[in-house]
Write a protein that binds this ligand. Sequence first.
Ligand SMILES: Nc1nc2c(ncn2[C@@H]2O[C@H](COP(=O)(O)OP(=O)(O)OP(=O)(O)O)[C@@H](O)[C@H]2O)c(=O)[nH]1
Ligand SMILES: [Mg+2]
Length: 223
Amino acid sequence: MREVRLIQIEEDIQADNRLEAEKVRRRLEEAGTFMLNLMSSPGSGKTSLILKTIEAVQSMRTPAIGMAVIEADMDSQVDAETILDAGVPAVQLRTGGFCHVDSYMVAKTLPSLDLEPIDLLILENVGNLICPAQSDTGANSNVMILSVPEGDDKPLKYPLMFRECEALVVNKSDYLQMGDFDMDSLRRRAKKLNPEIEIFEVSCKTGAGVQQWAEWLLRKIGR
Ligand SMILES: Nc1nc2c(ncn2[C@@H]2O[C@H](COP(=O)(O)OP(=O)(O)OP(=O)(O)O)[C@@H](O)[C@H]2O)c(=O)[nH]1
Ligand SMILES: [Mg+2]
C-alpha cells in the first residue's frame, strides 16, 4: 500500500507563531507593558478609536499612562503619522502584502520602541476580519471593532474573530438611527459565539461610550 506523506503547513506555521508569541509576551511582561491587539475591517475606526483612547486615558489618570502604537498596514504610513501628531510614539509596520500581523512581525518591531516607559502598547492590525483572527500576535488582549454601517450579521460570517476577542467595540453608533442595524441581534449573535465578550457601544465622532471603553481598558492593564 502506498503511504502518502502529509505536510501540515498551516498547523506548523501556527505552532511556530505561538512559540514566538510567548517570547513576545515574556518580553512585554519584563518591561511591564500590556499589549492590545485591535482588529477590524478597513475603515471601521481603529485609528479613530486609538486617538479617542489616548485622549480619554490621559485625562483619566495621573501620573500619565505611558502609551505607544504599532500601526500595521500593507502599505503607507498615514496612520503612524496621525498617532505621532497626537504626541504618542508610533511605528509603522509595513506587512508588504500580508493581510495580518503575526508574532514574528511584532518581535521585529519591539526593538524600535523603548518599552520601559510604555504601560499600554496598542497594535492596530491590518484591516481584515478573517486572517488577523487566526494569528497570535503576542498581545495580552484581543479586541475587535465592528462599525454600524458594516451590518449586524457579521458574527454569522466571521465567527472566529468574535470568538478570539475579549471585547467588541461597536463603533459609529451615531449611524444607528439611519439604517437597519439591530443592536439586540448583534449582541445575541456575538454572545452566542463568545458568552464572555464585553460589548461597548461607541461613537468616535461624538465621543459617546468612549469613557466606558477606556475604563474597561484601564482595569485590564491594572491602572
Ligand atoms: N460617523 C462616524 N465616522 C467615524 C467614526 N469613527 C471613525 N469614523 C470615520 O471613519 C473613517 C475611517 O476611520 P479610521 O479610524 O481611519 O478607520 P480604520 O479602521 O483605522 O481604517 P484602516 O486603517 O484604513 O483600516 C474616517 O473617515 C473616520 O473619520 C464614528 O464613530 N462615526
Ligand atoms: Mg487605521
